[in-house]
Design a protein around this ligand. Structure first.
Ligand SMILES: C[S@@+](CC[C@H](N)C(=O)[O-])C[C@H]1O[C@@H](n2cnc3c(N)ncnc32)[C@H](O)[C@@H]1O
Length: 274
């Protein structure tokens, strides 16, 4: 099929998803969206992207399946351990001075990053004064995050990352193994609000001391990245922290002057007043 027609079909499908379901992928990096839609078309057995569009418009059960293709759910507990070490050693000493804390994990996927932060704050004695917001647009990911179950074969890597991040306890203190899965302790989510929230279409909802948003904006185009960073700036308290992780940066954002570098290697920033 000529590329031009396929591009048009993609544009129409993204528009349909937005108009009908309010999921807005129109400004995600197009090459990656195209790859994912072609994969969805082939694996779900449609002859064309238009046929896939027809189905998703008329059959709401197709929506979560398509979202599974359009959103990337790769994650790990304590992923990029040096990021968590930097939070522990450099950011938490500042956060410790507040009587209560709010932490937002934006694009939390199946909860790996949330549980990592919950364990980190528990190890540092800050969990009880913290309220966590774990948000994502993928409903299946949010349900998985709420359940806190991971296949046991992922635990070795999680444990290794936790140790490298400077973990002060044993990861096995926080889960029990049952039927090939690790079931994370309920007490790690009794201070967590799980919520459907899109960085593309939704607004700020609370004042945060720390926002962690890693491996999410890499899928956005420049304008969307700017929108998300604007939201983060608006949402942070005075001198609040934003962690983007090593793959993302504020360097080219029009909000760059609203932040100061805090741990440059880990792309951890602190809100700065103009
Ligand atoms: C690759 S995962 C990142 C998970 C975790 N933050 C990490 O770094 O390991 C990207 C997540 O971003 C979510 N996402 C995609 N678009 C989003 C949006 N507009 N608003 C919020 N989350 C979004 C996806 O559903 C997915 O769970």
């Amino acid at each position: 099929m000529p590329d031009k027609i396929e591009d048009l079909e993609i544009q129409l499908l993204l528009e349909a998803l937005f108009q009908h379901y309010h999921y807005d992928f129109r400004h995600y990096a197009r090459a990656s969206i195209k790859r994912r839609l072609v994969q969805a078309r082939d694996q779900l057995g449609f002859a064309s992207i238009s046929a896939l569009q027809d189905r998703v418009l008329h059959d709401p059960d197709m929506l979560p399946r398509l979202l599974g293709y359009l959103t990337v759910q790769v994650s790990e507990m304590f992923r990029d351990p040096s990021y968590f070490r930097a939070l522990r050693e450099k950011v938490l000493p500042h956060l410790r001075t507040y009587p209560s804390l709010k932490v937002w994990i934006a694009g939390c996927s199946a909860g790996e990053e949330l549980y990592s932060l919950a364990i980190l704050l528990r190890e540092e004695g800050l969990y009880e004064r913290t309220l966590f917001y774990a948000t994502d647009i993928n409903p299946d990911a949010l349900s998985a995050a709420e359940a806190g179950l991971y296949p046991l074969d992922r635990i070795r890597k999680f444990t290794e990352n936790h140790q490298k991040s400077g973990g002060k306890s044993s990861l096995s203190d926080y889960y029990t193994a049952a039927y090939g899965r690790a079931v994370f302790d309920k007490s790690l989510r009794d201070r967590v609000v799980f919520s459907d929230h899109s960085l593309v279409t939704d607004a700020v909802f609370a004042e945060m001391h720390l926002i962690s948003c890693r491996n999410v904006m890499i899928y956005f185009d420049r304008a969307l990245q700017d929108r998300a960073i604007g939201l983060f700036r608006e949402s942070l308290t005075r001198k609040g922290f934003l962690g983007l992780g090593s793959k993302e940066s504020l360097r080219f954002s029009r909000h760059a002057t609203g932040f100061a570098d805090f741990v440059p290697e880990e792309k951890i920033y602190q809100r700065r007043e103009p």
